[in-house]
Ligand binder design. Sequence first.
Ligand code: NAI
Length: 508
Amino acid sequence: MQTSLTFPTVGIIGAGAMGRGIAQIAAQAGSQVLLFDTQPEAGAKAQAAIAAQWDKLQDKGRLSAEAVAGHKARLQVATALPELADCDLVVEAIVERLDVKQRLFAELEAIVQPSAVLVTNTSSLSVTAIAAGLKQPQRFAGYHFFNPVPLMKVVEVIAGLKTDAAVCARLADYARQMGHTPVQAQDTPGFIVNHAGRGYGTEALRIVSEGVADFATVDRILRDQVGFKLGPFELFDLTALDVSHPVMESIYQQYYQEPRYRPSVITAQRLAGGVVGKKAGEGFYRYVDGAAQVAAEPPAPQVEALPPVWVSPRAARRAELLQLLKDLGASIETGASPSPVALTLVAPLGFDVTTVAVVERLDPARTVGIDMLIDDAATKRRVLATNPATRADMRDAAHALFARDGKPVSVIRDSGGFVTQRVVAAIVNIAADICQQRVCSPKDLETAVTLGLGYPLGPLAMGDRWGPTNVLEVLFNLQTVYGDPRYRPSPWLRRRGAIGLSLMHEEE
Ligand code: NAI
Protein backbone atom coordinates (compact mmCIF):
# COMPACT_ATOMS: atom_id res chain seq x y z
CA MET A 1 0.00 0.00 0.00
CA GLN A 2 2.73 2.43 1.00
CA THR A 3 4.71 2.17 -2.26
CA SER A 4 1.73 3.32 -4.33
CA LEU A 5 1.41 6.45 -2.24
CA THR A 6 2.39 9.70 -3.92
CA PHE A 7 4.24 10.78 -0.77
CA PRO A 8 5.35 7.78 1.34
CA THR A 9 7.06 9.96 3.98
CA VAL A 10 5.44 13.17 5.15
CA GLY A 11 6.74 15.80 7.57
CA ILE A 12 4.26 18.06 9.36
CA ILE A 13 5.51 21.24 11.02
CA GLY A 14 3.24 22.72 13.66
CA ALA A 15 1.32 20.32 15.90
CA GLY A 16 -1.67 22.57 16.59
CA ALA A 17 -5.26 22.02 15.51
CA MET A 18 -4.41 21.80 11.81
CA GLY A 19 -1.08 19.96 12.00
CA ARG A 20 -2.73 17.27 14.11
CA GLY A 21 -5.56 16.75 11.69
CA ILE A 22 -3.27 16.58 8.67
CA ALA A 23 -0.93 14.17 10.48
CA GLN A 24 -3.91 11.96 11.30
CA ILE A 25 -5.20 11.62 7.74
CA ALA A 26 -1.68 11.25 6.28
CA ALA A 27 -0.92 8.36 8.64
CA GLN A 28 -4.33 6.85 7.90
CA ALA A 29 -3.50 6.98 4.19
CA GLY A 30 -0.42 4.87 4.89
CA SER A 31 2.37 7.47 4.92
CA GLN A 32 5.14 7.55 7.49
CA VAL A 33 4.49 10.81 9.35
CA LEU A 34 6.96 12.91 11.29
CA LEU A 35 5.42 15.65 13.39
CA PHE A 36 7.54 18.60 14.50
CA ASP A 37 6.72 21.59 16.71
CA THR A 38 8.99 24.15 18.38
CA GLN A 39 7.09 23.81 21.66
CA PRO A 40 8.83 20.93 23.45
CA GLU A 41 5.70 19.04 24.55
CA ALA A 42 3.47 19.89 21.59
CA GLY A 43 4.52 17.01 19.34
CA ALA A 44 4.01 14.34 21.99
CA LYS A 45 0.70 15.88 23.08
CA ALA A 46 -0.54 15.87 19.51
CA GLN A 47 0.58 12.29 19.02
CA ALA A 48 -1.33 11.23 22.16
CA ALA A 49 -4.44 13.16 21.06
CA ILE A 50 -4.42 11.55 17.60
CA ALA A 51 -3.88 8.10 19.14
CA ALA A 52 -6.89 8.75 21.39
CA GLN A 53 -8.98 9.58 18.27
CA TRP A 54 -8.00 6.27 16.71
CA ASP A 55 -8.79 4.39 19.92
CA LYS A 56 -12.23 6.00 19.89
CA LEU A 57 -12.78 4.95 16.28
CA GLN A 58 -11.73 1.42 17.23
CA ASP A 59 -14.20 1.41 20.15
CA LYS A 60 -16.95 2.45 17.74
CA GLY A 61 -15.99 -0.40 15.43
CA ARG A 62 -14.90 1.97 12.66
CA LEU A 63 -11.23 0.88 12.74
CA SER A 64 -9.72 -2.55 13.40
CA ALA A 65 -7.09 -3.10 16.11
CA GLU A 66 -4.50 -3.84 13.38
CA ALA A 67 -5.29 -0.65 11.53
CA VAL A 68 -4.95 1.40 14.72
CA ALA A 69 -1.64 -0.27 15.59
CA GLY A 70 -0.38 0.45 12.04
CA HIS A 71 -1.46 4.10 12.14
CA LYS A 72 0.16 4.61 15.54
CA ALA A 73 3.42 3.04 14.36
CA ARG A 74 3.51 5.36 11.35
CA LEU A 75 3.06 8.54 13.40
CA GLN A 76 6.29 9.70 15.04
CA VAL A 77 7.45 12.90 16.67
CA ALA A 78 10.56 14.68 15.39
CA THR A 79 12.55 16.66 17.94
CA ALA A 80 14.53 18.75 15.46
CA LEU A 81 13.93 20.02 11.94
CA PRO A 82 16.84 18.08 10.33
CA GLU A 83 14.97 14.83 11.12
CA LEU A 84 12.67 15.79 8.22
CA ALA A 85 15.56 15.45 5.74
CA ASP A 86 14.12 12.41 3.93
CA CYS A 87 10.49 13.51 3.73
CA ASP A 88 8.87 13.44 0.27
CA LEU A 89 6.39 16.10 1.34
CA VAL A 90 6.59 18.68 4.12
CA VAL A 91 3.39 20.41 5.23
CA GLU A 92 3.71 23.61 7.23
CA ALA A 93 0.92 24.45 9.69
CA ILE A 94 2.57 26.94 12.05
CA VAL A 95 1.64 30.44 13.17
CA GLU A 96 0.03 32.60 10.43
CA ARG A 97 2.91 35.06 9.92
CA LEU A 98 4.64 35.67 6.61
CA ASP A 99 8.11 36.36 8.06
CA VAL A 100 8.04 33.27 10.31
CA LYS A 101 6.85 31.02 7.48
CA GLN A 102 9.46 32.43 5.05
CA ARG A 103 12.22 31.84 7.58
CA LEU A 104 11.07 28.27 8.21
CA PHE A 105 10.99 27.38 4.50
CA ALA A 106 14.43 28.91 3.90
CA GLU A 107 15.77 26.69 6.67
CA LEU A 108 13.86 23.68 5.40
CA GLU A 109 15.07 24.06 1.82
CA ALA A 110 18.61 23.47 3.05
CA ILE A 111 17.54 20.29 4.86
CA VAL A 112 15.22 18.36 2.51
CA GLN A 113 16.06 16.54 -0.76
CA PRO A 114 15.76 18.51 -4.03
CA SER A 115 12.83 16.27 -5.01
CA ALA A 116 10.80 17.02 -1.87
CA VAL A 117 7.56 18.99 -2.22
CA LEU A 118 6.95 21.81 0.27
CA VAL A 119 3.49 23.14 1.08
CA THR A 120 1.88 25.69 3.37
CA ASN A 121 -1.52 25.38 5.01
CA THR A 122 -1.90 29.16 5.15
CA SER A 123 -5.47 30.42 4.93
CA SER A 124 -4.82 34.10 4.36
CA LEU A 125 -1.24 34.71 3.19
CA SER A 126 -0.09 34.73 -0.42
CA VAL A 127 1.50 31.43 -1.45
CA THR A 128 3.65 33.34 -3.93
CA ALA A 129 4.88 35.67 -1.18
CA ILE A 130 5.81 32.79 1.13
CA ALA A 131 7.74 31.19 -1.75
CA ALA A 132 9.44 34.44 -2.78
CA GLY A 133 12.82 33.77 -1.16
CA LEU A 134 13.05 30.09 -2.12
CA LYS A 135 15.69 28.67 -4.46
CA GLN A 136 13.14 26.21 -5.91
CA PRO A 137 9.73 27.95 -5.75
CA GLN A 138 8.46 25.55 -8.46
CA ARG A 139 8.15 22.75 -5.87
CA PHE A 140 6.21 24.92 -3.43
CA ALA A 141 2.40 25.19 -3.24
CA GLY A 142 -0.49 25.95 -0.94
CA TYR A 143 -2.35 22.97 0.56
CA HIS A 144 -5.25 24.49 2.43
CA PHE A 145 -7.18 22.16 4.72
CA PHE A 146 -10.18 23.04 6.87
CA ASN A 147 -10.81 22.51 10.55
CA PRO A 148 -11.44 19.79 11.73
CA VAL A 149 -9.31 18.20 9.01
CA PRO A 150 -10.54 14.58 9.25
CA LEU A 151 -14.18 15.71 8.87
CA MET A 152 -13.81 18.55 6.37
CA LYS A 153 -13.16 16.52 3.27
CA VAL A 154 -11.90 19.22 0.93
CA VAL A 155 -8.44 20.67 0.37
CA GLU A 156 -7.51 23.62 -1.81
CA VAL A 157 -4.37 23.04 -3.88
CA ILE A 158 -2.96 26.47 -4.62
CA ALA A 159 -0.42 27.21 -7.31
CA GLY A 160 1.85 30.17 -6.60
CA LEU A 161 3.17 32.17 -9.57
CA LYS A 162 6.11 29.80 -10.02
CA THR A 163 4.59 26.49 -8.92
CA ASP A 164 5.09 23.58 -11.31
CA ALA A 165 1.70 22.19 -12.48
CA ALA A 166 2.99 18.64 -11.91
CA VAL A 167 3.46 19.43 -8.21
CA CYS A 168 -0.21 20.45 -7.94
CA ALA A 169 -1.27 17.29 -9.75
CA ARG A 170 0.70 15.16 -7.27
CA LEU A 171 -0.81 17.03 -4.33
CA ALA A 172 -4.28 16.45 -5.75
CA ASP A 173 -3.54 12.71 -6.09
CA TYR A 174 -2.29 12.56 -2.52
CA ALA A 175 -5.39 14.40 -1.27
CA ARG A 176 -7.53 11.64 -2.82
CA GLN A 177 -5.33 8.98 -1.21
CA MET A 178 -6.10 10.65 2.13
CA GLY A 179 -9.83 10.47 1.37
CA HIS A 180 -10.15 14.18 0.61
CA THR A 181 -11.44 15.99 -2.47
CA PRO A 182 -8.88 18.36 -3.98
CA VAL A 183 -9.85 21.59 -5.73
CA GLN A 184 -7.39 23.70 -7.70
CA ALA A 185 -7.19 27.40 -6.86
CA GLN A 186 -5.21 30.35 -8.13
CA ASP A 187 -3.16 32.19 -5.53
CA THR A 188 -5.71 34.93 -4.77
CA PRO A 189 -6.93 36.36 -1.42
CA GLY A 190 -9.08 33.82 0.43
CA PHE A 191 -8.49 31.24 -2.35
CA ILE A 192 -11.91 29.68 -3.04
CA VAL A 193 -13.76 28.88 0.17
CA ASN A 194 -12.88 31.93 2.26
CA HIS A 195 -13.53 34.13 -0.76
CA ALA A 196 -16.88 32.53 -1.66
CA GLY A 197 -17.90 32.71 2.01
CA ARG A 198 -17.84 36.54 1.98
CA GLY A 199 -21.39 36.85 0.64
CA TYR A 200 -23.24 35.16 3.48
CA GLY A 201 -22.11 36.82 6.71
CA THR A 202 -21.21 40.18 5.24
CA GLU A 203 -24.62 40.77 3.66
CA ALA A 204 -26.38 39.48 6.77
CA LEU A 205 -24.42 41.99 8.87
CA ARG A 206 -25.39 44.71 6.46
CA ILE A 207 -29.07 43.81 6.84
CA VAL A 208 -28.87 43.87 10.64
CA SER A 209 -26.91 47.13 10.60
CA GLU A 210 -29.76 48.73 8.62
CA GLY A 211 -32.29 47.67 11.27
CA VAL A 212 -34.23 45.59 8.73
CA ALA A 213 -34.45 42.63 11.10
CA ASP A 214 -32.64 41.42 14.20
CA PHE A 215 -29.97 38.75 13.88
CA ALA A 216 -32.13 35.91 15.23
CA THR A 217 -34.78 36.69 12.59
CA VAL A 218 -32.14 36.80 9.84
CA ASP A 219 -30.87 33.39 11.01
CA ARG A 220 -34.39 31.92 10.98
CA ILE A 221 -35.13 33.28 7.53
CA LEU A 222 -31.95 31.95 5.93
CA ARG A 223 -32.27 28.54 7.58
CA ASP A 224 -35.92 28.12 6.71
CA GLN A 225 -36.09 29.78 3.32
CA VAL A 226 -32.81 28.70 1.74
CA GLY A 227 -31.89 25.62 3.80
CA PHE A 228 -28.62 26.75 5.37
CA LYS A 229 -27.77 24.49 8.31
CA LEU A 230 -26.70 27.44 10.43
CA GLY A 231 -27.80 31.04 10.16
CA PRO A 232 -24.97 33.52 9.56
CA PHE A 233 -24.98 34.70 13.18
CA GLU A 234 -25.00 31.16 14.55
CA LEU A 235 -22.04 30.54 12.26
CA PHE A 236 -20.23 33.67 13.50
CA ASP A 237 -20.75 32.45 17.07
CA LEU A 238 -19.37 29.02 16.25
CA THR A 239 -16.33 30.26 14.31
CA ALA A 240 -15.78 33.12 16.80
CA LEU A 241 -15.18 36.71 15.75
CA ASP A 242 -11.48 36.67 16.66
CA VAL A 243 -11.15 34.30 13.68
CA SER A 244 -13.81 35.55 11.25
CA HIS A 245 -13.51 39.33 11.62
CA PRO A 246 -9.77 39.39 10.75
CA VAL A 247 -10.54 37.19 7.70
CA MET A 248 -13.15 39.72 6.55
CA GLU A 249 -10.70 42.59 7.05
CA SER A 250 -7.86 40.77 5.37
CA ILE A 251 -9.77 39.81 2.21
CA TYR A 252 -11.25 43.32 1.94
CA GLN A 253 -7.78 44.90 2.23
CA GLN A 254 -6.09 42.38 -0.05
CA TYR A 255 -8.68 43.14 -2.75
CA TYR A 256 -7.98 46.87 -2.34
CA GLN A 257 -11.28 47.77 -0.66
CA GLU A 258 -13.54 45.92 -3.07
CA PRO A 259 -17.00 46.97 -1.79
CA ARG A 260 -18.43 43.43 -2.08
CA TYR A 261 -16.19 42.30 0.79
CA ARG A 262 -16.61 45.34 3.04
CA PRO A 263 -16.59 44.21 6.70
CA SER A 264 -19.01 45.55 9.30
CA VAL A 265 -18.56 47.78 12.32
CA ILE A 266 -20.85 45.37 14.19
CA THR A 267 -18.26 42.60 14.29
CA ALA A 268 -15.37 45.05 14.83
CA GLN A 269 -17.08 46.39 17.94
CA ARG A 270 -18.11 43.00 19.29
CA LEU A 271 -14.59 41.71 18.80
CA ALA A 272 -13.20 44.72 20.67
CA GLY A 273 -15.64 44.01 23.50
CA GLY A 274 -14.72 40.32 23.70
CA VAL A 275 -18.24 39.23 22.73
CA VAL A 276 -16.78 36.84 20.21
CA GLY A 277 -19.03 33.80 20.22
CA LYS A 278 -19.89 30.49 21.82
CA LYS A 279 -16.42 29.86 23.25
CA ALA A 280 -16.69 33.14 25.24
CA GLY A 281 -20.20 32.25 26.46
CA GLU A 282 -21.62 35.18 24.53
CA GLY A 283 -21.68 36.23 20.92
CA PHE A 284 -24.75 37.22 18.97
CA TYR A 285 -26.49 34.71 21.24
CA ARG A 286 -25.89 34.06 24.93
CA TYR A 287 -24.91 30.49 25.81
CA VAL A 288 -25.95 28.59 28.91
CA ASP A 289 -24.35 25.14 29.25
CA GLY A 290 -23.34 25.38 25.61
CA ALA A 291 -26.89 26.03 24.38
CA ALA A 292 -27.83 29.27 22.62
CA GLN A 293 -30.57 31.24 24.37
CA VAL A 294 -33.09 32.22 21.74
CA ALA A 295 -36.20 34.25 22.52
CA ALA A 296 -39.40 32.58 21.28
CA GLU A 297 -40.93 33.98 18.12
CA PRO A 298 -44.00 36.13 18.67
CA PRO A 299 -47.15 34.20 17.65
CA ALA A 300 -49.10 35.25 14.55
CA PRO A 301 -51.69 37.92 15.43
CA GLN A 302 -55.35 36.93 15.75
CA VAL A 303 -57.45 38.78 13.18
CA GLU A 304 -61.25 38.41 13.18
CA ALA A 305 -62.12 39.43 9.63
CA LEU A 306 -59.48 39.49 6.90
CA PRO A 307 -59.76 42.15 4.19
CA PRO A 308 -59.85 41.18 0.51
CA VAL A 309 -56.46 40.93 -1.13
CA TRP A 310 -55.26 42.55 -4.35
CA VAL A 311 -51.98 41.43 -5.92
CA SER A 312 -49.85 43.73 -8.04
CA PRO A 313 -49.66 42.63 -11.69
CA ARG A 314 -45.89 43.01 -11.46
CA ALA A 315 -45.47 40.62 -8.52
CA ALA A 316 -42.72 37.99 -8.88
CA ARG A 317 -44.16 34.45 -9.25
CA ARG A 318 -47.61 36.06 -9.45
CA ALA A 319 -49.46 32.90 -10.50
CA GLU A 320 -47.95 30.97 -7.58
CA LEU A 321 -48.77 33.78 -5.18
CA LEU A 322 -52.40 33.84 -6.33
CA GLN A 323 -52.65 30.06 -5.96
CA LEU A 324 -51.16 30.30 -2.48
CA LEU A 325 -53.69 32.96 -1.52
CA LYS A 326 -56.51 30.74 -2.82
CA ASP A 327 -55.16 27.80 -0.83
CA LEU A 328 -55.08 29.99 2.26
CA GLY A 329 -58.73 30.91 1.70
CA ALA A 330 -58.18 34.59 0.90
CA SER A 331 -60.78 36.60 -0.93
CA ILE A 332 -58.95 37.84 -4.00
CA GLU A 333 -59.78 41.04 -5.85
CA THR A 334 -59.41 40.89 -9.61
CA GLY A 335 -59.86 44.57 -10.54
CA ALA A 336 -57.19 46.60 -12.31
CA SER A 337 -56.58 48.46 -9.07
CA PRO A 338 -57.26 47.64 -5.42
CA SER A 339 -60.59 48.57 -3.84
CA PRO A 340 -60.37 51.12 -0.99
CA VAL A 341 -60.41 48.33 1.64
CA ALA A 342 -58.04 45.84 0.03
CA LEU A 343 -54.80 44.61 1.48
CA THR A 344 -52.37 45.35 -1.35
CA LEU A 345 -49.63 42.81 -1.95
CA VAL A 346 -46.45 43.44 -3.88
CA ALA A 347 -43.62 40.96 -4.49
CA PRO A 348 -40.63 42.90 -5.75
CA LEU A 349 -37.20 41.57 -6.67
CA GLY A 350 -34.55 43.89 -5.29
CA PHE A 351 -36.79 46.92 -4.92
CA ASP A 352 -38.17 48.02 -1.58
CA VAL A 353 -41.89 48.08 -0.84
CA THR A 354 -41.98 51.87 -0.57
CA THR A 355 -40.55 52.37 -4.05
CA VAL A 356 -42.97 49.85 -5.53
CA ALA A 357 -45.96 51.49 -3.83
CA VAL A 358 -44.91 54.89 -5.18
CA VAL A 359 -44.14 53.68 -8.72
CA GLU A 360 -47.32 51.59 -8.99
CA ARG A 361 -49.38 54.38 -7.36
CA LEU A 362 -50.62 52.12 -4.56
CA ASP A 363 -51.76 53.30 -1.14
CA PRO A 364 -48.62 52.65 0.98
CA ALA A 365 -50.73 52.39 4.15
CA ARG A 366 -52.28 49.18 2.80
CA THR A 367 -49.23 47.85 0.98
CA VAL A 368 -47.26 44.87 2.26
CA GLY A 369 -44.46 43.03 0.43
CA ILE A 370 -43.74 39.30 0.27
CA ASP A 371 -40.50 37.68 -0.81
CA MET A 372 -41.24 35.35 -3.72
CA LEU A 373 -37.70 34.78 -5.01
CA ILE A 374 -37.93 31.16 -3.84
CA ASP A 375 -41.14 29.33 -4.62
CA ASP A 376 -43.34 28.88 -1.60
CA ALA A 377 -43.38 25.09 -1.78
CA ALA A 378 -39.58 25.01 -1.43
CA THR A 379 -39.45 27.13 1.73
CA LYS A 380 -40.33 26.56 5.37
CA ARG A 381 -41.02 30.23 6.12
CA ARG A 382 -42.69 33.23 4.52
CA VAL A 383 -41.23 36.70 4.80
CA LEU A 384 -43.28 39.86 4.65
CA ALA A 385 -42.04 43.45 4.66
CA THR A 386 -43.88 46.57 5.66
CA ASN A 387 -43.07 50.10 4.54
CA PRO A 388 -42.95 52.99 7.02
CA ALA A 389 -46.56 53.93 6.17
CA THR A 390 -48.09 50.42 6.44
CA ARG A 391 -51.01 50.42 8.88
CA ALA A 392 -50.76 47.97 11.79
CA ASP A 393 -54.12 46.36 10.89
CA MET A 394 -52.92 45.68 7.33
CA ARG A 395 -49.61 44.27 8.57
CA ASP A 396 -51.42 42.02 11.06
CA ALA A 397 -53.95 40.91 8.43
CA ALA A 398 -51.15 39.90 6.05
CA HIS A 399 -49.29 38.11 8.85
CA ALA A 400 -52.39 36.21 10.00
CA LEU A 401 -53.34 35.30 6.43
CA PHE A 402 -49.94 33.87 5.49
CA ALA A 403 -49.68 32.00 8.80
CA ARG A 404 -53.08 30.29 8.30
CA ASP A 405 -51.60 26.93 7.27
CA GLY A 406 -49.13 26.94 10.16
CA LYS A 407 -46.05 27.96 8.17
CA PRO A 408 -43.97 30.45 10.19
CA VAL A 409 -43.99 34.06 9.03
CA SER A 410 -41.40 36.76 9.67
CA VAL A 411 -42.28 40.40 9.24
CA ILE A 412 -39.30 42.62 8.54
CA ARG A 413 -38.85 46.32 7.89
CA ASP A 414 -38.67 47.64 4.38
CA SER A 415 -35.42 47.14 2.55
CA GLY A 416 -34.44 46.55 -1.02
CA GLY A 417 -34.48 42.81 -1.62
CA PHE A 418 -35.78 41.39 1.70
CA VAL A 419 -33.26 39.09 3.50
CA THR A 420 -33.08 36.01 1.28
CA GLN A 421 -32.85 37.95 -1.98
CA ARG A 422 -29.98 40.07 -0.70
CA VAL A 423 -27.99 37.21 0.76
CA VAL A 424 -28.57 34.82 -2.17
CA ALA A 425 -27.71 37.57 -4.67
CA ALA A 426 -24.52 38.43 -2.75
CA ILE A 427 -23.44 34.77 -2.66
CA VAL A 428 -24.19 34.17 -6.35
CA ASN A 429 -22.55 37.43 -7.41
CA ILE A 430 -19.32 36.75 -5.51
CA ALA A 431 -19.26 33.21 -6.89
CA ALA A 432 -19.70 34.60 -10.40
CA ASP A 433 -16.82 36.98 -9.81
CA ILE A 434 -14.64 34.08 -8.65
CA CYS A 435 -15.38 32.45 -12.03
CA GLN A 436 -14.77 35.74 -13.82
CA GLN A 437 -11.34 36.03 -12.18
CA ARG A 438 -10.65 32.37 -12.96
CA VAL A 439 -9.73 31.70 -9.34
CA CYS A 440 -10.92 28.15 -10.07
CA SER A 441 -13.23 26.25 -12.40
CA PRO A 442 -17.00 26.56 -11.81
CA LYS A 443 -17.01 22.85 -10.96
CA ASP A 444 -14.32 23.20 -8.28
CA LEU A 445 -16.11 26.25 -6.92
CA GLU A 446 -19.29 24.24 -6.39
CA THR A 447 -17.34 21.37 -4.79
CA ALA A 448 -15.31 23.65 -2.52
CA VAL A 449 -18.35 25.56 -1.28
CA THR A 450 -20.58 22.58 -0.62
CA LEU A 451 -17.80 20.67 1.19
CA GLY A 452 -16.00 23.63 2.78
CA LEU A 453 -18.97 25.78 3.78
CA GLY A 454 -21.73 23.16 3.96
CA TYR A 455 -24.17 25.22 1.84
CA PRO A 456 -27.26 23.31 0.73
CA LEU A 457 -26.30 23.96 -2.91
CA GLY A 458 -23.21 25.27 -4.66
CA PRO A 459 -23.56 29.02 -5.29
CA LEU A 460 -23.93 28.61 -9.06
CA ALA A 461 -26.54 25.87 -8.64
CA MET A 462 -28.28 28.18 -6.15
CA GLY A 463 -28.39 30.92 -8.79
CA ASP A 464 -29.78 28.48 -11.35
CA ARG A 465 -32.36 27.09 -8.95
CA TRP A 466 -33.87 30.47 -8.09
CA GLY A 467 -33.34 31.90 -11.57
CA PRO A 468 -30.22 33.65 -12.85
CA THR A 469 -32.31 36.42 -14.38
CA ASN A 470 -34.13 36.87 -11.07
CA VAL A 471 -30.79 37.15 -9.25
CA LEU A 472 -29.62 39.68 -11.85
CA GLU A 473 -32.84 41.65 -11.43
CA VAL A 474 -32.34 41.67 -7.65
CA LEU A 475 -28.79 43.00 -8.08
CA PHE A 476 -29.71 45.67 -10.64
CA ASN A 477 -32.52 46.91 -8.41
CA LEU A 478 -30.45 46.76 -5.22
CA GLN A 479 -27.90 48.92 -6.99
CA THR A 480 -30.63 51.43 -7.77
CA VAL A 481 -32.02 51.37 -4.23
CA TYR A 482 -28.67 51.62 -2.44
CA GLY A 483 -26.45 53.26 -5.06
CA ASP A 484 -23.79 50.96 -3.67
CA PRO A 485 -21.22 49.33 -5.98
CA ARG A 486 -21.25 46.22 -3.79
CA TYR A 487 -24.37 45.15 -5.71
CA ARG A 488 -22.79 45.67 -9.14
CA PRO A 489 -23.39 42.38 -10.98
CA SER A 490 -20.26 40.54 -12.03
CA PRO A 491 -19.80 40.54 -15.81
CA TRP A 492 -19.71 36.73 -15.66
CA LEU A 493 -23.18 36.70 -14.11
CA ARG A 494 -24.51 39.14 -16.71
CA ARG A 495 -23.21 36.96 -19.54
CA ARG A 496 -24.46 33.73 -18.00
CA GLY A 497 -27.73 35.20 -16.75
CA ALA A 498 -29.77 34.06 -19.70
CA ILE A 499 -28.24 30.62 -20.19
CA GLY A 500 -27.60 29.31 -16.68
CA LEU A 501 -24.66 29.47 -14.32
CA SER A 502 -23.66 25.88 -13.75
CA LEU A 503 -22.91 25.13 -17.40
CA MET A 504 -19.40 23.87 -16.97
CA HIS A 505 -18.19 22.98 -20.46
CA GLU A 506 -16.86 26.41 -21.43
CA GLU A 507 -14.57 26.54 -18.43
CA GLU A 508 -13.25 22.99 -18.48
P1 NAI B 1 -2.27 26.46 16.27
O1 NAI B 1 -1.94 27.69 16.99
O2 NAI B 1 -3.30 25.53 16.81
O3 NAI B 1 -0.92 25.60 16.06
C1 NAI B 1 0.26 26.13 15.57
C2 NAI B 1 1.41 25.29 16.11
O4 NAI B 1 2.60 25.68 15.44
C3 NAI B 1 1.66 25.48 17.60
O5 NAI B 1 1.71 24.22 18.23
C4 NAI B 1 3.03 26.19 17.66
O6 NAI B 1 3.80 25.80 18.78
C5 NAI B 1 3.67 25.71 16.37
N1 NAI B 1 4.69 26.61 15.84
C6 NAI B 1 4.67 27.95 15.78
N2 NAI B 1 5.79 28.39 15.16
C7 NAI B 1 6.52 27.30 14.82
C8 NAI B 1 7.75 27.10 14.14
N3 NAI B 1 8.46 28.12 13.69
N4 NAI B 1 8.16 25.83 13.93
C9 NAI B 1 7.45 24.77 14.38
N5 NAI B 1 6.27 24.91 15.05
C10 NAI B 1 5.81 26.15 15.25
O7 NAI B 1 -2.64 26.91 14.78
P2 NAI B 1 -3.60 26.19 13.72
O8 NAI B 1 -5.00 26.62 13.95
O9 NAI B 1 -3.28 24.76 13.69
O10 NAI B 1 -3.11 26.89 12.36
C11 NAI B 1 -1.91 26.58 11.75
C12 NAI B 1 -1.88 27.13 10.35
O11 NAI B 1 -3.01 26.62 9.62
C13 NAI B 1 -1.97 28.64 10.21
O12 NAI B 1 -1.23 29.04 9.08
C14 NAI B 1 -3.45 28.87 9.97
O13 NAI B 1 -3.70 30.08 9.30
C15 NAI B 1 -3.78 27.69 9.09
N6 NAI B 1 -5.18 27.28 9.09
C16 NAI B 1 -5.91 27.25 10.24
C17 NAI B 1 -7.24 26.85 10.21
C18 NAI B 1 -8.04 26.78 11.47
O14 NAI B 1 -9.27 26.70 11.37
N7 NAI B 1 -7.45 26.78 12.65
C19 NAI B 1 -7.90 26.46 8.95
C20 NAI B 1 -7.01 26.46 7.82
C21 NAI B 1 -5.72 26.89 7.90
